[in-house]
Design a protein around this ligand. Structure first.
Ligand code: GLU
Length: 480
């Protein structure tokens, strides 16, 4: 393990986590090397004529973009596309690697991949972003780096439903006879073959994971906390898609108290709790969380201090390398829930673990997004909405049962109550149920490994993932 007090790359961090876990898997070195490496890397540069937002003049920019398929042990490969100024090949490789482990941990049958386009989306007009997205998709199609059976992108930092709709539209235009074309990308709008519940999925998964962690009496006792997520003081860094849903669902369904929220322009703090839905509204209307009225405000120069606040749960939901060698010893949270990918460097993690902080790792905690992407992909391949066949049947069966009880008891159940109880499952109910099941199971498997091997949760999650991927390679007869 690298322990020096200096910056460490994200890819190096992921490598360190892998090597820390490797001895517990008892797999031979050749197999470990195969699991670790990125199987295919596509780096591309293409020119796009865009409008300079400052001068209003047209200019040509050469766009740098990547798609990395980390592991082909299962196909298709899967993972988001990031639009950010920080994109570089190593970053995309690290993110693709995490995707493979993430998929294995929640039993989603994909290999890992990731895409990145080096642009700051807020510096481009919608038309120019569309041009960039469509050209990038075209390049992926040309090289066979996208397709429902090959590699299936999804949203990530800086992208969302809109970009996924452009990708799908470009793909189906180029592959017009492909029956399953809608399965070439997930995170699409619902009216463009998307699935209900995908937008909230990562944040909802974060909530299920944290709730599961807090329900463990033994672990909470060790941290000096009472069991249950209700009343826990939570700090959130980043109010993008993942941060917003993690915070609002933890507040609404878990009764957690969100005491601080940070973004690039500063952070806001209220010990009694912030109304997250109101805050999201303020951000949408004014462009900044700093316009929320009922909280103390700390400006841009203090923005990183949000991570150092005293709290029960800290949720970094922004970018990688937020907790590093510089600030690790200042962190006061008892639990850290990694909603973002790679927010803690491997050097920082050693410091945090020594302090007794419980870290719920990204490879598990933010896997809700890809879990629901898997449901969307299945929906696209089956060409049918979940619940369409059985919703009414289920409703009728429960109704019949109630009627039978009514007859036996000689009493009637009020009709509005029957309607409520006998409701068949809609797509959103099934998606949430499947997500909850995946997150609970994966938590308990990870914790069992952590306990048996006497290791931290991240190492346990990596051990689990490496063993599962290793077993796949072994069953193919490639490795002993
Ligand atoms: N970008 C998300 C992640 O990092 C989702 C990936 C997907 O749905 O394929 O997990």
């Amino acid at each position: 393990m690298t322990k020096q007090k200096q910056p460490i790359s994200f890819y190096q961090t992921v490598d360190n986590f892998f090597e820390k876990a490797a001895p517990y898997t008892h797999l031979e070195r050749g197999l470990l090397d195969q699991i670790k490496v990125c199987n295919a890397i596509y780096a591309i540069r293409f020119p796009i004529k865009v409008t300079n937002q400052q001068t209003g003049k047209k200019e040509v920019r050469v766009i740098e973009a990547y798609r990395v398929q980390h592991s082909h042990h299962r196909l298709p490969t899967k993972g988001g596309i990031r639009f950010s100024n920080h994109v570089n090949q190593e970053e995309v490789m690290a993110l693709a690697t995490l995707m493979s482990y993430k998929c294995a941990i929640v039993h989603v049958p994909f290999g890992g991949a990731k895409g990145g386009v080096k642009v700051n989306p807020w510096e481009y007009s919608d038309e120019d972003l569309e041009k960039i997205t469509r050209r990038y998709t075209y390049e992926l199609v040309r090289r066979n780096f996208i397709g429902p059976a090959i590699d299936v992108p999804a949203p990530d930092y800086g992208t969302g439903q809109r970009e996924m709709a452009w990708i799908y539209d470009t793909y189906r235009t180029l592959r017009e006879n492909e029956l399953d074309a809608a399965g070439c990308v997930t995170g699409k709008p619902v009216n463009q073959f998307g699935i209900r519940g995908r937008t909230e999925a990562t944040g909802r998964g974060v909530f299920y994971g944290l709730r599961e962690a807090c329900n463990n009496t033994e672990d909470m006792k060790k941290l000096g906390l009472t069991p249950g997520i209700a009343g826990k003081k939570v700090v959130v860094q980043g109010l993008g898609n993942v941060g917003s849903f993690s915070a609002s669902i933890s507040q609404e369904e878990g009764d957690a108290v969100i005491i601080a929220v940070g973004e690039a322009d500063g952070f806001i703090y209220n010990e009694k709790g912030i109304d997250v839905n109101k805050l999201i509204q303020v951000k949408m209307e004014t462009g900044s969380i700093m316009n929320y009225s009922d909280a103390k405000k700390y400006g841009k120069e203090d923005r990183d201090k949000v991570l150092e606040l005293e709290c029960d749960i800290l949720i970094p939901a922004a970018l990688e390398d937020q907790i590093n060698y510089k600030n690790a010893d200042k962190i006061k949270a008892k639990i850290i829930g990694e909603a973002a990918n790679g927010p803690i460097s491997s050097v920082a993690e050693e410091v945090l673990l020594k302090k007794g902080i419980l870290i719920i790792p990204d490879v598990y905690l933010n896997a809700g997004g890809v879990t629901v992407s898997y449901f969307e992909w299945l929906k696209n391949l089956s060409h049918m909405r979940f619940g369409r066949m059985d919703k009414r049947y289920e409703q009728k069966a429960t109704e019949n049962l109630i009627r039978l009880f009514e007859e036996m008891a000689g009493k009637n159940v009020p009709e509005d109550l029957i309607r409520k109880i006998a409701k068949g499952a809609d797509e959103i109910d099934l998606v949430r149920s499947g997500l909850e099941e995946s997150m609970i199971n994966a938590y308990n498997t990870t914790r069992d490994i952590a306990k048996t091997e006497n290791i931290d949760m991240r190492t346990a999650a990596f051990v689990n993932a490496i063993r599962l991927i290793g077993a796949d390679y072994q069953s193919m007869g490639i490795f002993p």
